[in-house]
Design a binder for this molecule. Structure first.
Ligand SMILES: Cc1ncc(COP(=O)(O)O)c(C=O)c1O
Length: 375
């Protein structure tokens, strides 16, 4: 049986040729390809940003927090529903994630609740552009400015997205991308921070690689701690081959998402994601009321798999994980995130998918909701 995965990287001959060429070049770790990828990304984003490539989205976020001097005693506001890396990086630098609930359809930070969560220890707001849909940046920027907070954007899922006509990543504050294979373009593993050039960018570059910088005489100095977070030239060469195709990939994603929105009918047990200008449709996440259907999500996913259809779960509410319950969070704290966590299901969406595949997914979904699988 042909299995339709929920996601698959789009890799073609030019990608293979680019990787082969760099492997044969004799230089495979960070070097000219990484520098060229950073420049190409800066050109695509616009706004004269400095781009620093990282070996993952997680390390990009961690380095951005460190460069902003966020650490023990500090709080960072994050949405209660995201990939767990969003909160884990805050803990990793010694600070505390302050969870805030999300909007029910957009799944991005609820701005009113962000305003209420800001306290004396708050140092940053970290919105997530969920599934490629931009968070409400204008009011978040206003809040960050009014309270002298960092705005560090988790744009792991939002390469190619826009907000108010401006590319996500072109605002000047640190914006962190991921190029993991399920993202809209890939460097295998990889990430980047886009930000205005200046002292923060220089510090970020230092933190990325052992704290090393060269002084005016070209001598190596290590003024502070740094990690090992640099992107290889092999990953960067793949990124350079992928980047020119990003606009087409995202147009295809949009067409598929619109296909789902036209084909599926919302009901009391099916909630569909909302579209928005500049949405790059990294994922198509629906909500199914499994309790009302009388089946478990696991049984539903297994029944889809029997029909050759893959599905994902993005994401359980983070504050209900054991790690975060130990910080005092618990059930009932963030009702939207908790409902989404129980009911979310990610349907297949990737540029190589055909409209016939989409049709098969919708047919299977309709059949299974009429006759839910018994666990
Ligand atoms: C919202 C979010 N933040 C952070 C990350 C971490 O990125 P990476 O897997 O490249 O470390 C991801 C990856 O899925 C993500 O979806």
């Amino acid at each position: 049986m042909n299995v339709l995965p929920f996601t698959r990287p789009t890799l073609t001959e030019d990608d293979f040729a680019a990787v082969r060429a760099v492997l044969e070049s004799g230089w495979i770790t960070t070097g000219p390809k990484a520098a060229a990828f950073e420049q190409a990304l800066a050109d695509v984003l616009g706004g004269g940003m400095r781009v620093l490539a990282f070996n993952s989205g997680t390390s990009a976020l961690e380095a951005a927090l460190l460069a902003a001097d966020i650490g023990p005693g500090d709080e960072v506001i994050v949405p209660a529903m995201s990939f767990v890396a969003t909160a884990n990086v805050v803990l990793r630098v010694g600070a505390r994630p302050r969870f805030v609930d999300v909007e029910p359809r957009a799944r991005t930070l609820d701005v009113t609740q962000v305003a209420e969560a800001i306290g004396p220890r708050t140092r940053a707001i970290m919105p997530v552009h969920f599934a490629g849909r931009a968070a409400e940046l204008a009011p978040l920027r206003a809040l960050a400015e009014a309270h002298h907070l960092w705005l560090i954007e988790d744009a792991a899922q939002a390469i190619g997205s826009t907000y108010g006509g401006q590319a996500i990543g072109a605002s000047g504050n640190p914006v962190c991308f991921s190029f993991h294979p399920n993202k809209n373009i890939t460097t295998i593993e990889g990430g980047a921070v886009a930000l205005a050039d200046g002292p923060l960018a220089r510090r970020l570059a230092r933190i990325r690689f052992h704290g090393i910088e060269k002084d005016a005489e070209g001598e190596v100095q290590v003024p502070e701690w740094g990690g090992k977070m640099n992107l290889s030239d092999v990953g960067a060469a793949l990124g350079l081959a992928q980047l020119p195709k990003l606009a087409d990939f995202n147009a295809r994603r949009r067409a598929l998402a619109h296909g789902y929105l036209e084909r599926l009918t919302p009901s009391e047990w099916l909630r569909l994601p909302g579209d928005a200008p500049g949405h790059s449709w990294h994922m198509f996440c629906i909500e199914l009321d499994f309790a009302a259907l009388g089946c478990t999500r696991a049984a539903f996913i297994a029944a889809l798999a029997e029909r050759g259809i893959g599905a994902g779960v993005h994401y359980p509410a983070m504050h209900l994980f054991g790690l975060y319950r130990r910080l005092g969070y618990g059930p009932g704290d963030f009702p939207q995130a908790e409902r989404i966590g129980r009911q979310t299901l990610t349907l297949p969406l990737f540029p190589g998918m055909q409209m016939a595949d989409l049709d098969a997914v919708c047919t299977a979904l309709e059949a299974l909701t009429q006759h839910p699988p018994r666990s």
